[in-house]
Design a protein around this ligand. Structure first.
Ligand code: GLY
Ligand code: MN
Ligand code: MN
Length: 442
């Protein structure tokens, strides 16, 4: 568990975020934002650590056992952080620590304290406060201190989530890096595919590309061959992919905390069959229409509605649905086309792959309107699992699962596709698959 003393974004960006956040907080409040806990796999073995996106957002702090704290004093907000103190014995086992001195000199925080002193210091601040803004359930010791105070506790995520929805230029640059890296990783996967390759081998090609570029997966990679592509969150990645089958790869990287999220689907033997082409081109048309709909001022649901219309029409044309267009679409975009396209088209993307800021503002607020700086995925798909007993699937399309997913920034000049380096036209994909194989696979 090493440490990084570098902030991914300019120091002032964090200070600006803090100021905007504090504007919505009454001055008699105490803010306490804990990071994620360390999760144990067994005994003293831990899962890879990832700090909470909220603490990353406010101050870029990556080490575990930290709490960001802020309170109003005299005429300004004072920011502080509780961190793991320097400790040679612990560092020998777990990695170097920034410690309190490093934290206050190099991070956008005024004071730093040892986490070992949190009880006294936080209790002291609580006694001067009237309300607490904190996220419960991440730090048991903090939760106990807060609970014993009997002060009103307010969840700050309502404010922070709205702030996180709009990405700054610096964030978009990091997201572009993440998107480019994941695009290249998918290209590597295409180049090294062949009939009989294991799903796990494609996963390893893609994730090796991430790690060789000092990155990691931003979520569990999905590599589903043939029918496995029709399972939306397929993670087993343990089957051999047969000649003639498509493989659906949904894999994204994380760069400086920021996620990309790409899906491409390709034939492992390098040649789409006619039925595969028919479904692929329908999903691609839906995806292009959905990207086109990502315009400033449009409702959040525009991409889904655009994709759904193309899919519903296409399913009728291919003879998969036998009804009118209006019937196929349904009154609330809930018609029979949903039997084959059962997920949404877009989600927010940022520090988290399924980032904060969904289709509505808050839980029950009005539908979100697309604004410059929002980043969302566009990812329609069609799934004809041969194992599905609940639906009719023409034999021609049985066993086909296709999704195409790109990452899109909303700009005044129209949608900006961060993942445009990753090919998605049939001819481009066919030209790539297998091109990176050594002779014994060719
Ligand atoms: N990778 C998960 C998703 O596309 O939403
Ligand atoms: Mn995805
Ligand atoms: Mn996605």
């Amino acid at each position: 568990m090493g440490t990084t003393s570098r902030l991914p974004l300019p120091y002032d960006d964090y200070k600006n975020r803090q100021e905007i956040f504090f504007k919505d907080i009454p001055k008699e409040s105490l803010i306490l934002i804990p990071t994620n806990p360390v999760c144990y796999r067994s005994n003293d073995t831990t899962f890879p650590y990832r700090a909470s996106s909220y603490i990353l957002y406010l101050c870029g702090w990556k080490e575990p056992n930290a709490i960001f704290m802020a309170y109003y004093k005299s005429d300004s907000w004072v920011t502080s952080i509780f961190v793991q103190p320097r400790d040679t014995k612990a560092e020998i086992w777990e990695g170097r620590r920034v410690g309190t001195e490093g934290a206050s000199s190099d991070w956008p925080i005024e004071d730093a304290y040892s986490v070992n002193d949190m009880e006294n210091i936080i209790s002291g601040q609580i006694s001067k406060s009237e309300k607490i803004y904190s996220i419960k359930g991440l730090n048991e010791s903090l939760d106990k201190i807060i609970q014993s105070s009997e002060l009103e506790v307010i969840d700050p995520r309502v404010i922070l989530d709205e702030m996180r929805v709009i990405k700054s230029e610096g964030e978009i640059l990091l997201m572009q890096k993440s998107a480019s890296l994941a695009s290249q990783a998918h290209i590597e996967g295409m180049k090294k595919s062949f009939s009989g390759i294991g799903e796990w081998e494609i996963q390893s090609i893609i994730e090796a590309y991430f790690s060789s570029n000092k990155s990691c997966a931003s979520y569990g990679s999905i590599v589903g061959g043939g029918d496995n592509a029709t399972i939306l969150h397929y993670h087993s990645n343990n089957s051999v992919i047969k000649n003639g089958d498509l493989v659906l790869v949904d894999a994204g990287s994380e760069v400086e905390g920021y996620a990309s999220d790409i899906t491409r689907t390709w034939p492992v033997n390098g040649k789409f069959t006619d039925p595969q082409k028919e479904i692929y081109n329908l999903v691609l048309s839906a995806e292009l229409a959905a990207i086109e709909a990502c315009k400033v001022g449009s409702p959040w649901s525009s991409s889904h509605h655009a994709a759904s219309k193309v899919i519903a029409k296409g399913l009728i044309e291919l003879g998969i649905l036998n009804c009118t267009f209006d019937e196929a679409l349904g009154e609330n975009y809930d018609g029979p086309y949903r039997k084959y396209f059962m997920h949404g088209t877009s989600h927010s993307l940022g520090l988290d792959v399924h980032d904060v800021g969904g289709g509505r503002q808050g839980d029950k607020g009005p539908q979100r309107i697309l604004q410059p700086g929002m980043v969302l995925t566009v990812e329609p798909g069609l799934y004809f699992g041969s194992w599905r007993e609940d639906i009719d699937i023409p034999i021609r399309y049985s066993g086909i699962g296709i999704r195409i997913e790109d990452d899109v920034v909303i700009t005044e000049n129209g949608p900006l596709v961060l993942t445009s380096e990753c090919p998605k036209e049939i001819s481009e994909i066919e030209a790539l698959v297998g091109q990176g194989l050594s002779d014994n696979h060719a």
